[in-house]
Design a protein around this ligand. Structure first.
Ligand SMILES: [Zn+2]
Length: 97
Protein backbone atom coordinates (compact mmCIF):
# COMPACT_ATOMS: atom_id res chain seq x y z
CA UNK A 1 0.00 0.00 0.00
CA UNK A 2 1.41 3.38 -0.95
CA UNK A 3 1.62 6.18 1.57
CA UNK A 4 -0.09 4.49 4.52
CA UNK A 5 -1.43 6.66 7.32
CA UNK A 6 -2.99 5.13 10.39
CA UNK A 7 -5.66 6.27 12.81
CA UNK A 8 -5.85 4.23 16.00
CA UNK A 9 -9.16 4.38 17.82
CA UNK A 10 -9.06 3.33 21.48
CA UNK A 11 -12.56 2.01 22.09
CA UNK A 12 -14.79 3.53 24.77
CA UNK A 13 -13.38 6.02 27.33
CA UNK A 14 -14.57 8.37 30.07
CA UNK A 15 -18.08 7.53 31.22
CA UNK A 16 -18.22 4.67 28.71
CA UNK A 17 -16.14 1.92 30.30
CA UNK A 18 -17.01 -0.83 27.86
CA UNK A 19 -16.78 -4.41 29.08
CA UNK A 20 -15.50 -5.30 32.54
CA UNK A 21 -14.16 -8.55 33.94
CA UNK A 22 -11.33 -9.92 36.05
CA UNK A 23 -10.69 -6.42 37.37
CA UNK A 24 -10.11 -5.11 33.87
CA UNK A 25 -12.05 -2.24 32.34
CA UNK A 26 -12.13 -2.31 28.55
CA UNK A 27 -11.56 1.43 28.10
CA UNK A 28 -8.23 1.23 29.96
CA UNK A 29 -6.97 -1.79 28.08
CA UNK A 30 -7.91 -0.40 24.67
CA UNK A 31 -6.04 2.80 25.54
CA UNK A 32 -2.92 0.89 26.65
CA UNK A 33 -2.95 -1.23 23.49
CA UNK A 34 -3.57 1.80 21.31
CA UNK A 35 -0.63 3.68 22.87
CA UNK A 36 1.61 0.68 22.29
CA UNK A 37 0.53 0.46 18.63
CA UNK A 38 0.98 4.21 18.21
CA UNK A 39 4.55 4.05 19.48
CA UNK A 40 5.40 1.07 17.28
CA UNK A 41 4.07 2.72 14.13
CA UNK A 42 6.02 5.86 14.97
CA UNK A 43 9.19 3.80 15.41
CA UNK A 44 8.55 2.37 11.95
CA UNK A 45 8.20 5.87 10.52
CA UNK A 46 4.53 5.45 9.58
CA UNK A 47 2.29 8.50 10.08
CA UNK A 48 -0.12 7.69 12.89
CA UNK A 49 -2.56 9.45 15.16
CA UNK A 50 -5.04 8.46 17.88
CA UNK A 51 -8.69 9.40 18.46
CA UNK A 52 -8.02 9.76 22.17
CA UNK A 53 -4.91 9.67 24.35
CA UNK A 54 -6.60 10.10 27.73
CA UNK A 55 -9.61 8.69 29.57
CA UNK A 56 -12.20 10.92 27.91
CA UNK A 57 -15.77 10.42 26.77
CA UNK A 58 -16.28 10.60 23.00
CA UNK A 59 -19.67 10.62 21.33
CA UNK A 60 -19.88 8.50 18.18
CA UNK A 61 -20.02 11.69 16.10
CA UNK A 62 -16.97 13.14 17.83
CA UNK A 63 -15.08 9.90 17.30
CA UNK A 64 -15.86 9.87 13.58
CA UNK A 65 -14.98 13.56 13.28
CA UNK A 66 -11.58 12.95 14.84
CA UNK A 67 -10.96 10.05 12.49
CA UNK A 68 -11.92 12.14 9.46
CA UNK A 69 -9.98 15.19 10.67
CA UNK A 70 -6.78 13.16 10.94
CA UNK A 71 -6.16 12.27 7.30
CA UNK A 72 -9.56 12.59 5.63
CA UNK A 73 -10.87 9.77 3.47
CA UNK A 74 -7.85 9.57 1.19
CA UNK A 75 -6.43 6.36 -0.16
CA UNK A 76 -4.06 4.58 2.16
CA UNK A 77 -5.74 5.65 5.38
CA UNK A 78 -6.13 2.73 7.76
CA UNK A 79 -8.36 2.95 10.82
CA UNK A 80 -7.76 0.48 13.62
CA UNK A 81 -10.52 0.44 16.22
CA UNK A 82 -9.49 -1.50 19.32
CA UNK A 83 -12.04 -3.38 21.38
CA UNK A 84 -11.55 -6.18 23.86
CA UNK A 85 -14.37 -8.65 24.29
CA UNK A 86 -14.88 -11.17 27.07
CA UNK A 87 -13.53 -14.14 25.10
CA UNK A 88 -10.29 -12.43 24.08
CA UNK A 89 -9.03 -9.62 21.93
CA UNK A 90 -10.87 -8.54 18.85
CA UNK A 91 -9.60 -5.93 16.47
CA UNK A 92 -11.57 -4.15 13.78
CA UNK A 93 -9.78 -2.88 10.71
CA UNK A 94 -11.28 -0.45 8.27
CA UNK A 95 -9.47 0.32 5.06
CA UNK A 96 -10.24 3.28 2.88
CA UNK A 97 -9.06 2.24 -0.58
ZN1 LIG B 1 -15.69 -2.41 23.04
Amino acid sequence: MNNPRIVIDAGHGGTDGGATGNGIIEKNLTLDISKYMYNRFRELGIPVTMTRTTDETLSPTERVNRIMDAYGDEKGVIIISNHINAGGAEFSYHYII
